[in-house]
Design a protein around this ligand. Structure first.
Ligand SMILES: [Zn+2]
Length: 150
């Protein structure tokens, strides 16, 4: 109950569109993306060379990269981050909507209702015992009655 409440109250201090953890990841990816070289091809497509000279095709319009990290995690990979920096965009706008603060709040909006003290519940129903349910014979194959011959 306390954990759900704390997680529901936490986003009040956050600013922006996505959760704090995603912002930290995006900043880290943005730092690594500085080593990439980016060549625009038009219509949101880029050819990106990383520091090992591996070539990747990034399509910002379809939120995709050849490394498949962006499609699988919802957070832009370093190749996409380099492309986003090239067009002077913000990585936050290219994140999956699942990481938005609104979705976070939707996750923790339900609450666990508090319960009264157990002593109060016992006073309401004195001398009532909870009995186990009646036993029923479960359906099964009938036993075979054997006739033994002498
Ligand atoms: Zn990539």
């Amino acid at each position: 109950m306390d954990r759900l409440h704390r997680r529901y109250e936490k986003p009040n201090m956050w600013e922006g569109k996505v959760t704090l953890r995603v912002i930290v990841k995006l900043n880290k990816v943005q730092q690594e993306a500085r080593h990439c070289r980016c060549q625009p091809a038009g219509e949101g497509q880029f050819e990106v060379l990383d520091k090992f000279e591996n070539r990747f095709v990034v399509n910002l319009n379809h939120y995709g990269c050849d490394c498949r990290v962006w499609e699988n995690t919802g957070i832009s990979c370093l190749h996409a981050a380099a492309s986003i920096s090239y067009i002077r965009g913000e990585s936050v706008n290219y994140c999956d909507p699942f990481f938005s603060i609104r979705k976070y709040l939707d996750t923790y909006k339900e609450m666990i209702h508090p319960l009264p003290d157990l002593a109060v519940l016992k006073d309401d129903a004195p001398n009532e015992k909870v009995l186990p349910p009646n036993l029923k014979r479960l359906p099964s194959r009938p036993h075979k009655i054997r006739k033994r011959e002498a």
